[in-house]
Design a binder for this molecule. Structure first.
Ligand code: ZN
Length: 357
């Protein structure tokens, strides 16, 4: 995203007063010179973020915001530099305030303003929706608000805690996994990437669908299913591009799927042969290795209801199966648990390399 497009030829073309005194939006339709957007559209004031005592006007997409330079400047290096560069420059004005054009999406900018001026960071009894957190993270990253970027990431970490134990519990991440990956890539953040990729394994076709024409889809909006809840700074508007993985991430998802199947197959194809299973068990005549081997093929290798693409969940399922194996002593069950836990953690840690995180 380029920073400011104030002096771009397109921006100037819109701002210049027509020489024949006709307004821009009166140009004949179909004329190659006619702008797509009318002047009125370019000056739609935001109903909430328009402060009469504000000294600057910022335009994002077709919406203008009247704000306080000091508020933006104090929290953002980007705005600090921007206002410093424009001091003394003759600029187009709206209501006597200099007008700044920003590239980006108004949904992101309004999330930023809601955090600065509104309710977002002082919510009580409610949590931000993923849509709002995504908009705030994107905005705070692009327009360099480090404090709000950290706040948005912290809220995402609270929503999807990073511990391995919680991976199986984060089912609400399924519908957001693709969007979260795209968002994190856009913002140069890796902390939640692995769990987002892992959730794709649970989804049909890794959560991906055919997009007939993504360029057409840029203008369309997708209404988020009712599962999305919490506080949203404006009506939820996801774009198809928000869920569009890049080529390399698509490849990583496929590689992860293959790795998960391989890891699980290697584990289930034969029963573990830990040395403690064949110990003399303090002189008692039991053979836990035999008991485990007998039960393993039917209950684990040939199990019909194992989700092979979810090895973390399968390891938990095997832990439950161990409890029901006749002839396996309590001591061996405890030790097998430890091995399963270590295997599970090794698998999880090893995904960093697969995903190049
Ligand atoms: Zn035993």
């Amino acid at each position: 995203m380029s920073n400011v497009d104030m002096k771009s030829s397109t921006a100037l073309e819109w701002h210049e007063e027509p020489r024949n005194n006709s307004s821009i939006h009166e140009m004949p339709e179909g004329s190659p010179e006619a702008p797509i957007i009318s002047r009125r559209d370019l000056h739609s004031r935001h109903p909430k973020f328009w402060f009469d005592d504000g000294g600057i006007v910022i335009r994002v997409e077709h919406i203008i915001f009247r704000l306080h330079a000091s508020t933006l400047r104090s929290k953002s290096e980007f705005f600090n530099d921007l206002f410093a560069q424009r001091e003394g420059v003759d600029m187009e004005k709206v209501d006597g305030c200099p007008l700044f054009d920003l590239d980006g999406k108004s949904r992101d900018f309004t999330a930023l303003l809601d955090a600065l001026y509104g309710d977002l960071t002082i919510l009580v009894g409610s949590v931000p929706s993923f849509f709002t957190l995504a908009c705030l993270l994107r905005a705070s990253h692009h327009w360099k608000f480090p404090g709000l970027r950290a706040w948005a990431l912290d809220a995402l970490h609270k929503r999807w805690p990073p511990s391995l134990r919680s991976v199986d519990e984060q089912k609400d991440l399924d519908i957001h996994a693709l969007k979260l990956i795209v968002l994190l890539r856009e913002c140069g953040e890796k902390s939640l990437l692995k769990r987002a990729f892992y959730r794709l394994l649970r989804l049909k076709n890794l959560g991906m669908t055919f997009e007939p024409d993504i360029t057409v889809g840029k203008r369309a909006t997708v209404v988020t299913p009712p599962a999305e809840d919490g506080y949203s700074h404006e009506p939820i508007r996801w774009l198809p591009t928000d869920s569009k993985l890049g080529h390399n991430d698509t490849l990583r998802a496929i590689m992860l799927q293959a790795h998960a199947v391989d890891a699980w197959m290697a584990f289930v194809c034969k029963p573990p042969s830990y040395s403690f299973l064949s110990d003399l068990h303090q002189g008692k005549k039991v053979n836990c290795q035999q008991a485990l081997s007998t039960a393993w093929s039917k209950r684990v290798t040939e199990a019909q209801n194992m989700r092979w693409l979810d090895p973390l969940g399968c390891w938990l399922a095997v832990a439950g199966i161990l409890l029901k194996i006749e002839g396996l002593c309590d001591n061996c069950i405890v030790k097998c648990y430890e091995h399963l836990r270590n295997d599970r953690k090794s698998f999880w840690d090893g995904l960093d390399k697969i995903l190049e995180i």
